[in-house]
Ligand binder design. Structure first.
Ligand SMILES: *Cc1c(COP(=O)(O)O)cnc(C)c1O
Length: 425
């Protein structure tokens, strides 16, 4: 399907039924698979024959969704996992071990910061954060011979900073390591990081890809372009794997070395596998992803323009607004839109922000972003409520900050709801 356009892949990618087969992707709710001979199954276990052996490692429903997402991103293969957290963990763990380190942009999703700085640190893998505005020379100085990857988010959640993908890919490649990009907010509909030099892409499919707030999930996509043999930094990929009778991933699987190892080794051992029914629901979401992203972006821009003009709104952060600090970068990488998430400040600070939220009728208060329904969150009174006003400012989260995920309802209705709530704020 990868010669088709994105819209066609959303609808028909991953599953093309043969004569007389079900039109819609079936849910293969089976943990196991039947074989006619022990010898055939033995070949599967030695990775000498393709096929499914156990649903912790692969499953036909999940497989179809993986093919669709790989084609949407323009990669050679994908691996669906049980959450976005698992995807980001696996993306690094697949190429780094205790004693190694990796670089990460600092303004990324809070859950990923915890994963990198607390849990992975305990595993002996060190994260080195790249501070905003760091020069090339400052970033160069963070690398050493144990550095294994560079990580960033295309559009940071919730800061909405846009990653200069080309620049960070060049920096990573200069030091012989891959660039891993979490592309959750734009999805491949708005940006395909491989086109700008990224090597590995991850997603929390929980957000726009599912799009209906139904299933938690994650995915890793492999561009197939990184040379894992050059420089000798990745012996786990270029030397025999004793747990598979000496398979050498770069020799036996070529450009799919990274994604194959992530599946047959990490997923086999750690087991963060998605269920077939979850993959089926994710596929339903993906079928309309292109239409939804277009409407999310259209509605978000209208809401951002409305907020910008409103006297009770002190500031608005949306990269598609001319004058926004991220506007140029957004035009370069995401000319058709960045996502549906906006942040803004309500004049009157914390109390006004809370009154605003409590007055909304259509937009709901939820700890989520990026689904079809408009929702809001006031970090200062919820996810970050233990912080003082000064700590909030240091974290870049003012006590007046509202994060709004603009849905795909009618934009006039969304704006009318915001207008009446601002009157009450
Ligand atoms: C939500 C999110 C994650 C974590 O994904 P889960 O599916 O909730 O585990 C990772 N990265 C980004 C950018 C996210 O928005």
């Amino acid at each position: 399907m990868n010669n088709y356009k994105k819209e066609t892949i959303c609808i028909q990618g991953g599953y093309q039924p043969e004569n007389g087969e079900p039109r819609v992707l079936p849910i293969y709710q089976s943990t196991t698979y039947k074989y006619d001979s022990a010898d055939h199954l033995g070949k599967l276990f030695d990775l000498q024959a393709p096929g499914h052996m156990y649903t912790r490692i692969s499953n036909p429903t999940v497989d179809a969704v993986e093919k669709k997402i790989a084609d949407l991103e323009g990669g050679v293969g994908a691996l669906c996992l049980s959450s976005g957290q698992a995807a980001n963990l696996f993306s690094i763990l697949n190429i780094a071990k205790s004693g190694d380190n990796f670089l990460s942009i600092s303004s990324i999703y809070g859950g990923t910061v915890n994963l990198f700085a607390v849990t992975m640190e305990k595993m002996g893998i060190e994260v080195r954060f790249i501070r905003p505005g760091a020069t090339d020379a400052e970033i160069d100085a963070l690398f050493d011979e144990r550095t294994r990857a560079v990580f960033g988010e295309t559009v940071a959640n919730p800061a909405l900073d846009i990653l200069d993908i080309r620049r960070f890919a060049d920096l990573a490649h200069k030091h012989g390591v891959p660039l891993i990009v979490d592309n959750t907010f734009p999805t491949p509909i708005l940006c395909r990081p491989f086109e700008f030099g990224a090597d590995i892409v991850t997603h929390s499919t929980t957000k726009y890809m599912d799009g209906h707030a139904q299933v938690v999930g994650g995915v890793i996509v492999d561009s197939g372009k990184f040379d894992w043999e050059k420089g000798g930094k990745y012996p786990e990929l270029s030397q025999p794997d004793e747990s598979y009778h000496g398979v050498v991933y770069t020799k036996d699987f070529g450009e799919a070395a990274y994604i194959t190892k992530a599946r047959v080794q990490l997923l086999r051992d750690i087991g963060a596998a998605p269920s077939p029914i979850s993959a089926y629901l994710l596929n339903l979401g993906l079928e309309t992803l292109h239409l939804r992203m277009e409407r999310h972006c259209e509605n978000a821009l209208r809401v951002a323009e409305f907020l910008e003009k409103h006297e009770k709104v002190s500031w608005v952060n949306y990269p598609m607004l001319p004058g926004n600090s991220q506007y140029e970068m957004a035009q370069k990488y995401l000319p058709n839109g960045v996502c549906g998430v906006i942040s803004f400040g309500v004049a009157g600070g914390r109390e006004a922000a809370v009154r605003f939220m409590d007055s909304l009728k259509l937009a709901a208060i939820v700890v989520h972003v990026a689904d079809a329904r408009t929702c809001v969150l006031h970090p200062a009174s919820t996810t970050h409520r233990q912080l003082t006003d000064q700590q909030l400012v240091d974290a870049g989260i003012g006590s007046d900050l509202i994060r709004m995920s603009v849905g795909i309802e009618n934009a006039d209705d969304i704006i009318a709801d915001i207008a009446q709530a601002l009157e009450r704020a």
